[in-house]
Design a protein. Sequence first.
Length: 189
Amino acid sequence: MEDRPPDEPELVSRARRGDEAAFGALVDAFADIAFRTAYLVTGDAAEAEDAAQEAFVKAYRALDRFREGSPFRPWLLRIVGNTARNRRRSANRQLGLRLRAEAQAPVETSPSPETGLLRDERRRALFAAINALPPHDRLVIGGRYFLELTEAEIAALAGVAPGTVKSRLFRARGRLAGALGPRAEWLDD
């Protein structure tokens, strides 16, 4: 699942030289992941939209500090994550993960009412358990399973070492399974 533009290094290079159209192409390519990342941190769509836009402005202003040849996405996501965290702190908001299950759920042709009810019940239980986790656990679970970020990208987003992500993810999955209790058996379904 790579959503990088095919000519990303060229676009970054042109943007660093002041080509606003090249930066616009980067914004277009990464707007969705920036929003979803900010949403993961803020838990609020309007706040996430503002944080993503603010992060793109900050990234544009900081292009001269971007290390040529480095991947752009982790650098941008770190800015998005920091911006979203700062906005959340300044607004004194609780971090909550309220992802739209409908956007994540596979479309079934015509499930039976019982199957649909069971799926909805499982989804509600899963999201309730995720929302009950501490913020750093929600961040690694959401980054890995909802945003499908790499460990390096989660590390950049969380501001921790890449090795820390593995241990946090392991512990967060254990806490999630503990919160779900006997219902955790269907996590592997």
